[in-house]
Every structure is written in structure tokens, then in C-alpha cells.
Design a protein around this ligand. Structure first.
Ligand SMILES: *[C@@H]1O[C@H](CO)[C@@H](O)[C@H](O)[C@H]1NC(C)=O
Length: 456
């Protein structure tokens, strides 16, 4: 008996010496009174064996074998529980072993939530770091708005209550568009070149704009007549946007449309009636322009000058010299001389009948038809209804070497050059094909195509 008491005493001393052990865990018996009290009850064979358990921030629930009063007898099993906000480190069950030690060391540690990340353009302050029950409050830099939960706390589940906040730039940037005055199209144009200063945007948060987009034509463009909407949109880094709009108005000053003169045509620049447009007047072959050859649409919407007319060229039939007579047509008209002994000549009638069907084609090709009749000593000639004196008819036949006793047709170009002659009638398509190879004709055809002067 003494021996067993001695051993018990040694064990207590041993525990006492081991008391330097800190933190939550097991404490040895508190004092000798407890030991003495315990000692009196050891006799029935289930004496305390391991040191009693005390768990800081938690508790242990122990079950001893054979339902002993003591919860520290050999073989006692204790389940360790931690209080709210604490978690177990080590096994959840310890057993009092035969070496008088508990099978493992278990402690309750304060729980921790994951470290919060700093929001960009803001921050937070916590009452107790990332530990259980710590409250963290977020704040944002000026110009930014807090999104999410302003306050979060570390919960028992080791997660934060709510959604950690972010700082967002929700405020749109600012932009102001210029005002552009109405523009009048430039002279001889239907457009106006319009300039303005690109509006500058300002951001309310970090002052950084990522993009400026333009809807519509850029400054310095040629704007056609009408209203043109221009819109600028700026974006900040948070993709907030702001827009502004303005209208570019372009007006075209116009004069009343001009009509082509009779026996002539008109060729205008631009739209033909806009400010600065110039209209040039032309007369068909054989007609001469009387009046100003060009008119300009002025800023006051009036045409300069007066309307010209096309008068048939003044052919002097009183000349006796054939060379002088033909000179009048120089670079103005081509000449078709039809010579016949009598108006009853079959070839003559056939040829004149054919030509009558192509008056437009002759006009288009600036052809004047001169008819010469008779045999010595009676001569006569005519241009349309105007008669030529007999002497001139004779002179022409001599100059052009035209025999007087049979039908003959001579074609002269605008330079008076004798290009072709026919002893029998020809059809109009052959005649026109020939004339279209003459000098000046190429330019005439080009011009006539431009102004739409054709024969249908
Ligand atoms: C015109 O006459 C020529 C022969 O000189 C002939 O080949 C051509 O088919 C004629 N054209 C017309 C349209 O009659």
C-alpha cells in the first residue's frame, strides 16, 4: 500500500513539473486537497490515471470504462469540442493510455477567414484581422462607388458574411460638342468643307478615357447638301460612356434652271443651277450665238448676263467669187454640192428624196446642201429656199470641176477640202459614215454625246 501511494506521489510531482505546458490542453490536479480526496477513493480499483482534461475555448466529454466516477481512469475516452469560432487542431478523441498519457494533444484554435483582397481604387479596415467575428468595412476612392457589402464579418463557417465590395467607376465621363453654324456650299460645288474642334471628354474618376468614337463624317470632310448628324461618344476605363450630338447643315444656293436656246444647247458645270455653276451656250452647226456665251449662277441666286440666242448663220449669197463664198463656211459647215442638169433628173430626184429623210443627221453633222441646176447658158443655184446668182453657180461648178451635163455630188469638209464625189446617188448611212471620218467630227461627236444631242 505504501508503495502505491509513493508511486502516486511521484506521478503527481511529475505532472507538477510538466506544468510549464501552455495554451489550452490538460492541467494537472490543482492542489493537494483534491489529491487527498481522490486518494481516499482509489481503493476500489479505478483510481485516476491520466491528468484531468481542460480545454481552453472548448470542452471535453469523457466516458470511462466500467462507468467509473473518475473521468481520468485508464481507458477513458474523451471527445473534444471547441466553442463557436474555434476549431479543433488534433484528434477529436483522446484516450487515457497505460503510460498515463493521453493519446494525443488537441487544442481549439480561433477560426480564420480567407484574407480579403484589397479592392482596386479603395480599401477596408477590420476590427480583428481575418479572425472569427472580425468586422471589416470597405471604402472607395473619390469618384468610385462601392458595390457589394460595405461591411462583412468573419463567420463561424470560416467565410465572410456578404459579398466583399468592389469600387466601381459608375459615373459617366463628361463631353460637350461644339456648335457649328449653317454652311453654304462652296462656289461651283454641292458640298461644303466643315471643320470643328474635336470635343474633349473628362472622366470623373481616374481621368482616363479609353476611347472616343465618332458617328458621322469627321471634321474637315466635304459635306453634301442637307443636315448631317454628328455624334461623339467617350468611354472611361470602367466602360461608362457619354455622348453628345450636333448637326452640320449645308445649304446650296441655287438659280433657276436654264433652258437650252432654240437650235442650240447648253452645257453646265456642277448641278447646273447651284451657286458658281457656269453654263456655256452652243449653237448647232450653221447657227451663230448672239449674246453672252456663258452665264454664271451668282450668290444672289441670279444668273449673270442675258440669255443668248442661236441665229442661223448669215450666208452672203451676193458674192460672185466662189472661193470667197465657200470661205464663209470655213470651220463652221460642211458642204454637200448636188449638181444636176435639170430638176427632173432621175439620180437627182433619188438623191434628194433620200436626203430628205435624214435632215436631222445632216444638221448633226453641220452639213449645208447647195443645189446647182442647169446647163449653159442658164444656171441657177440654191441653199434651201435662198437662191444663188447664176454667176456664182457657174463659178462653183468651175472651181469644183463639176460636169454640167450629168448628176454629180461633191462632199467638202469644214476646211473646204474636196473629200469625195459621187456620180450616182448614195444612201444616207454611207454618206454619214464618210462624214464621220472628217476633221473636227470626232470632237463634235464626243460633245454631242455629252449633251445628249442625237437623232433618234
Ligand atoms: C447603203 O449602200 C451600201 C452600198 O453602197 C450597202 O452596202 C448598204 O447596205 C446600204 N445601207 C442601207 C442602210 O441601205
Amino acid at each position: 500500500m505504501r508503495t502505491s501511494l509513493y508511486i502516486l506521489w511521484l506521478f503527481s510531482l511529475n505532472l507538477y513539473l510538466a506544468r510549464g505546458y501552455e495554451g489550452s490542453g490538460y492541467s494537472p490536479l490543482e492542489d493537494d486537497e483534491d489529491a487527498a480526496y481522490a486518494r481516499s477513493r482509489y481503493r476500489n480499483g479505478d483510481a485516476p490515471w491520466c491528468s484531468p482534461i481542460k480545454i481552453k475555448n472548448g470542452h471535453a466529454t469523457c466516458t470511462s470504462p466500467s462507468r467509473s466516477y473518475y473521468k481520468t481512469v485508464k481507458g477513458t475516452r474523451c471527445n473534444i469540442y471547441c466553442q463557436k469560432g474555434y476549431e479543433l487542431s488534433g484528434g477529436s478523441q483522446v484516450i487515457c493510455q497505460s503510460d498515463k498519457r493521453w493519446s494525443s494533444k488537441s487544442i481549439c484554435k480561433q477560426k480564420r477567414c480567407p484574407t480579403l483582397t484589397m479592392p482596386v481604387n479603395g480599401g477596408f479596415k477590420c476590427t480583428d484581422g481575418a479572425y472569427f467575428n472580425s468586422r471589416c468595412e470597405y471604402y472607395c476612392s473619390p469618384g468610385y462607388q462601392l458595390k457589394g457589402d460595405r461591411i462583412v464579418s468573419c463567420m463561424d463557417s470560416k467565410s465572410w458574411s456578404g459579398r466583399p465590395a468592389t469600387c466601381l467607376d459608375l459615373e459617366p465621363p463628361r463631353i460637350q460638342c461644339p456648335s457649328v453654324k449653317e454652311k453654304v456650299a462652296e462656289p461651283n460645288k454641292l458640298t461644303a468643307r466643315v471643320f470643328w474642334d474635336t470635343p474633349e471628354g473628362r472622366d470623373t474618376a481616374d481621368g482616363i478615357l479609353t476611347d472616343v468614337t465618332l458617328k458621322g463624317l469627321p471634321s474637315g470632310s466635304d459635306f453634301p447638301e442637307g443636315d448631317h448628324k454628328i455624334q461623339y461618344t467617350v468611354y472611361d476605363r470602367a466602360e461608362n460612356k457619354a455622348s453628345c450630338k450636333f448637326t452640320v447643315k449645308v445649304r446650296v444656293r441655287r438659280c433657276a434652271k436654264l433652258n437650252a436656246p432654240e437650235n442650240g444647247y447648253i452645257k453646265c458645270s456642277g448641278a447646273g443651277d447651284n451657286y458658281g455653276a457656269t453654263c456655256d451656250y452652243f449653237c448647232m452647226g450653221g447657227y451663230e450665238l448672239q449674246g453672252s456665251p456663258a452665264r454664271v449662277c451668282q450668290f444672289n441666286s441670279e444668273w449673270s448676263g442675258a440669255e443668248p440666242t442661236c441665229a442661223f448663220m448669215n450666208i452672203n449669197v451676193g458674192l460672185k467669187n466662189a472661193v470667197e463664198f465657200l470661205d464663209q463656211f470655213y470651220e463652221k459647215r460642211r458642204i454637200l454640192v448636188i449638181s444636176t442638169p435639170t430638176a427632173a433628173d432621175f439620180y437627182y430626184r433619188l438623191q434628194v428624196g433620200t436626203l430628205q429623210q435624214a435632215q436631222c443627221g445632216l444638221d448633226l453633222r453641220h452639213v449645208t446642201v447647195i443645189e446647182l441646176f442647169g446647163v449653159y447658158p442658164t444656171y441657177i443655184g440654191r441653199i434651201g429656199r435662198r437662191l444663188l446668182p447664176p454667176a456664182l453657180g457657174l463659178q462653183l461648178r468651175l472651181l469644183l470641176r463639176i460636169p454640167e451635163r450629168k448628176f454629180q455630188m461633191v462632199v467638202l469638209d469644214k476646211h473646204g477640202v474636196d473629200k469625195e464625189r459621187y456620180a450616182i446617188p448614195i444612201n444616207n448611212s454611207d454618206l454619214f459614215m464618210l462624214i464621220d471620218t472628217f476633221p473636227l467630227r470626232k470632237d463634235e461627236m464626243k460633245f454631242q454625246a455629252e449633251v445628249g444631242h442625237t437623232c433618234i
